[in-house]
Write a protein that binds this ligand. Structure first.
Ligand code: PHB
Length: 391
């Protein structure tokens, strides 16, 4: 009897010391269900966020607090019904610990009730309508909001000779946020905004809208379109000779997206935008990030979506660490609240009350450096909270 117990104890110790023991100590994998548009109109967002998430794992290891990290990537083709179905499968079949991604606002809103029901954190890495974080107490955002970045440009414009503006936005959540917050602030600053134009999100034809802008002859056209659609706006802006007609283009940084800026050509030169991230942000942390990202992705330049993905992974990793690898649901969300760190974009804080990002907003101008176009930052408004939350 005694001998057998001893034998068992010895076997157990050997197991713990060896590879089997390691597996035992690690426990179950930590599963992240990353839902992104990998094909279709928003495919660049999926490509950028996935690449950034994989870079984070390559740099920080695929084990955190003793849990092996399993990244499960699903393509929702940016259709919200598909996002919802995939989220359901990831929750029920894969039993993921965290849902993440969300390329567009309708996807995030479609998944919000499931996150609440399953008490599972949903890290929104891309979508940027202000109200998203209010759709579930389990949502934490690592991207930005349109009100956050639009107000800075509405302060800059009237001080720089722009007295009348026409706005042109994609007709859905983030566009309506951009239009509202730009207009309110611009008018408050004494500017005039005689017309607000909205173009469909899917397969937009900007031509008739731009013709209308030409006829109205404002000092500037303010634009928001989602990441991936900026190059088309820029091309048609040039083709219609808007710049030659003396109409300036100003926009949120979604339009001069670093993913596409290289192919936009000289028409983009001088375009002023406001945003939270530029691949040209002059910090050591950003230079390191851009270099590693390009090295791992055939020279692809990271855009603001990539940074949302990279920082979202950090939020998750830190939350797993803080909860000793045992945290689930609410404990993970609580461990994400109040996180503060230096992102490639600059300093970032997750507001514990709103679960939204507090960050710097930069004014930038497109300039050519070493033969390439960049969003060069020339001013900064520090620690901007989402103005959409104070209403
Ligand atoms: C959104 O749908 O929330 C969205 C998508 C792309 C952007 C910004 C916002 O660039």
């Amino acid at each position: 009897m005694h001998k057998r117990t001893l034998l068992r104890a010895t076997a157990c110790a050997a197991l713990l010391a060896g590879g089997g023991g390691l597996a035992f100590a690690q426990g179950a994998p930590f599963k992240i269900g990353l839902i992104l548009p990998m094909t279709g109109q928003q495919a660049t967002t999926g490509r950028q966020v996935e690449a950034a998430a994989r870079l984070w794992i390559a740099q920080n290891g695929d084990t955190v607090a003793g849990r092996k990290v399993e990244l499960i990537v699903k393509d929702d083709t940016s259709l919200p019904d598909m996002t919802r179905r995939l989220a359901q499968e990831l929750l029920v079949n894969d039993k993921v610990d965290v849902l993440a991604g969300m390329g567009i606002t309708p996807s995030a809103l479609a998944v919000a009730p499931l996150a609440t029901q399953a008490r599972t954190p949903l890290v929104v890495m891309a979508a940027a309508t202000s109200s998203i974080t209010q759709a579930s107490p389990f949502i934490v955002r690592s991207s930005f909001t349109l009100p956050q970045v639009s107000v800075a440009l509405a302060d800059w414009a009237p001080k720089n000779g722009i007295k009348t503006v026409v706005s042109l936005v994609s007709d859905y959540g983030p566009g309506i946020d951009a239009e509202k917050y730009f207009k309110e602030r611009f008018v408050l600053n004494g500017g005039k905004l005689p017309e607000s134009l909205r173009v469909p999100l899917r397969n937009p034809d900007f031509a008739p809208f731009l013709q209308k802008v030409r006829d109205l002859k404002p000092d500037a056209l303010f634009v928001f379109v989602p990441s991936g659609a900026g190059a088309a706006v820029m091309k048609q802006f040039a083709e219609r000779g808007m710049d030659k007609a003396g109409i300036r283009l100003i926009a949120t940084g979604d339009v001069t997206d670093d993913d596409q800026l290289g192919e936009m050509g000289d028409v983009a030169l001088g375009v002023v935008t406001s945003h939270h991230y530029s691949a040209a942000h002059p910090s050591a942390a950003n230079r390191k990030f851009v270099e590693a990202f390009q090295k791992a992705n055939n020279g692809l330049r990271p855009n603001f979506m990539a940074v949302g993905g990279y920082d979202g992974m950090r939020l998750i990793y830190e939350a797993v660490k803080k909860t000793g690898g045992k945290g689930k649901g609410e404990a993970l969300v609580n461990a994400m609240k109040g996180q503060m760190f230096e992102s490639p974009r600059g300093p970032v804080l997750i507001d514990a009350q709103t679960r939204d990002v507090v960050q710097n907003v930069y004014l930038r101008k497109v300039e050519k450096k070493d033969g390439q176009l960049w969003n060069v930052e020339f001013d900064v408004i520090k620690d901007v909270k989402d103005p959409g939350k104070s209403k």
